[in-house]
Design a protein around this ligand. Sequence first.
Ligand SMILES: Cc1cc2nc3c(=O)[nH]c(=O)nc-3n(C[C@H](O)[C@H](O)[C@H](O)COP(=O)(O)O)c2cc1C
Length: 349
Amino acid sequence: MLLTSYRLGNLTLPNRLVMAPMTRARAVDGKPTEDTATYYAQRATAGLIVTEGVHPNAVGQAGPFMPGVHTDEQVAAWRVVTDAVHANGGRIFAQLMHGGRIGHVEVAGHHPVGPSAIASGTDVFTPTGMAPAPVPRALTTPEVAEQVQAFADAARRAVEAGFDGVELHGANGYLIQQFLSSSANDRTDGYGGSISGRIRFAVEAVEAAAQAIGPERVGIRLSPGGEIQGIVEENVPVLYAELLKALPDIAYVHVLATVDDEVLMGLRKVWPTAWILNPGGQIGPKVSTREDGERWLANGADLISYGRSYLANPDLVERFRLGLPLVDAGQETFFQTPHGYVDYPSYQH
Ligand SMILES: Cc1cc2nc3c(=O)[nH]c(=O)nc-3n(C[C@H](O)[C@H](O)[C@H](O)COP(=O)(O)O)c2cc1C
């Protein structure tokens, strides 16, 4: 099943493996490099590649050495990446990631903003090491609309850069999930409080992006009940069911296994289009296998995303097909190091 094709929006994927979004912190001046093009092109046999988190505007940059997609120079640099992936026969979505309260003034000179002036209580990356996350400045109501618009503008820019679509990062404690969360959002202006208030930012951002580039080119990533970066959510099954019902019919939702299987399967039933499942969730103790993927396909998922397995195994599809062993990418090369990026070969017989 994992190795069968699938129709996603306007794209025909040759298999059901998705390369999960992974920040690699190797951008230079907010731009992807030639190595970035090589890295993604090496992985073009994936049914779909979702890039590392890419900030939709300057204030949304969560950490150092992360790329953006809001300036002409960034668009031109991404064009080299998307051309390389397409030349190798692949398909690639940009993950639009707005850090919200996860960020630091030292990253790009902007004090982070969030739904409310509540710090995450966790540490964030800065150019000089880890530091306590600052208290963000609470967005005013007109500024919330500006952040919604940033997702639409970035979606348009991403298509200009040659991406096949965009995935809004609604998971892992960044801006969109901060609006969903009771520990990051105590707003009283219609973007907080009730469930319909908490989901409003996510819905408006997705609607704006869908209007900008077409719903078939938009997805959203969610981590229901996920608790990293100081997130607490109330009434998770209802919160997410209401969110899914309120979203327009976009290409897909990409869900992390951050809540019980029964809750996930219940949520899957209320979603009309494609369901991408990430069995690993928020970096679990072990990497996911082909069998994990097959089990989720049998349980209602349409596509399966693999994160860490893709780092050291550019030919993951072939390795699954032939039952070849996987190489383990060490945690020490996740971010920034010159090695551990484009130097993993395909399987050597
Ligand atoms: C180095 C690294 C960077 C990551 N960066 C992102 C990111 O930018 N956006 C995101 O949604 N998830 C990110 N993740 C989470 C992965 O997409 C995935 O959900 C997680 O690694 C679990 O899947 P796995 O067990 O297959 O690795 C990252 C994970 C790793 C290991």
